[in-house]
Design a protein around this ligand. Structure first.
Ligand code: HEC
Ligand code: HEC
Length: 212
């Protein structure tokens, strides 16, 4: 009987897809994060540890998570689940960036949690539009094609990133990255969505989202 159970357990584990295992792992990280957030002292300790750990990140992403350069994303008010997913992607090579691919491999689970706690307490600031004439067109495009996932105010949710306040240049880089991705190598709904966007659509969306 016990033997039977073991075999079944083994089969369940062996039959799990890679993405299900990744999902299980990130769910554990999320429950650890939730426990910390629910406890005042734990949250404060994690915030302070996060503040120490992000000193270096701050040179690029800003100490308060509002990025210092237009090609670098904000991390302020970004959702923990999304941050964990991106650390995972930089770490396993699904997403590549000269600095981030190396850095992601150095972050322990505790550090990822502390960083997420720290940035979740920062406010993302709206930026002036690089192209005010395109803001209205960008807003209607966003409301019809993007708000269903990214939220009415582009505030994001769980693994749907916040887009509001991101620098326009970074939004353009990210959308073009999805446009150029090989769908046989990557799985994200953004590939299908970005493929049909024209250069002008991307410019309008970026012109609008950065002001939010
Ligand atoms: C030298 C500059 C630099 C430093 C230092 C740096 N980053 Fe980054 N980071 C970037 C750039 C550039 C990107 C965007 C890469 C791309 O276009 O895919 C990025 C992307 C990210 C993303 C993905 C955000 C998104 O919206 O998709 C996360 C999360 C992140 N960095 C976290 C960190 C953390 C945490 C640290 C410190 C441990 C750090 N970064 C240090 C430059 C930097
Ligand atoms: C079906 C849900 C869905 C829709 C609709 C959608 N997105 Fe996304 N978007 C996502 C998910 C999920 C991610 C995270 C992708 C990843 O981790 O690879 C994402 C990521 C992004 C990013 C990268 C953010 C960052 O910080 O790097 C941008 C920019 C973006 N979406 C813009 C848009 C725009 C603009 C539209 C409308 C034209 C849109 N999305 C519609 C689900 C969606």
């Amino acid at each position: 009987m016990i033997f039977g159970l073991r075999v079944r357990h083994f089969l369940v584990v062996a039959g799990m897809s890679f993405s299900a295992m990744v999902q299980a792992e990130s769910t554990d990280v999320m429950s650890e994060l939730r426990a910390i957030m629910a406890d005042d002292q734990g949250r404060q300790a994690a915030y302070e540890a996060g503040q120490e750990r992000i000193r270096f990140c701050g040179y690029c992403h800003g100490k308060d998570g509002n990025s210092k350069r237009d090609y670098i994303p904000n991390l302020a008010a970004q959702h923990p689940q999304y941050l964990f997913d991106q650390f995972e992607k930089f770490g396993n090579g699904t997403r590549e960036d000269y600095v981030m691919s190396k850095l992601a491999k150095t972050l322990s689970v505790d550090e990822q949690i502390n960083i997420a706690v720290y940035f979740s307490q920062q406010k993302a600031k709206a930026r002036p539009s690089p192209n005010p004439a395109l803001v209205d067109a960008g807003e209607s495009l966003f409301k019809t094609r993007c708000a269903g996932c990214h939220g009415q105010k582009a505030q994001g949710f769980q693994n749907m990133p916040r887009l509001a306040g991101q620098p326009a240049e970074y939004l353009g880089i990210a959308l073009n990255r999805f446009k150029q991705m090989d769908p046989t190598q990557h799985s994200t709904p953004m590939i299908g969505i970005a493929t049909v966007l024209s250069d002008e659509d991307i410019e309008s969306l970026a012109a609008y989202l950065t002001t939010q």
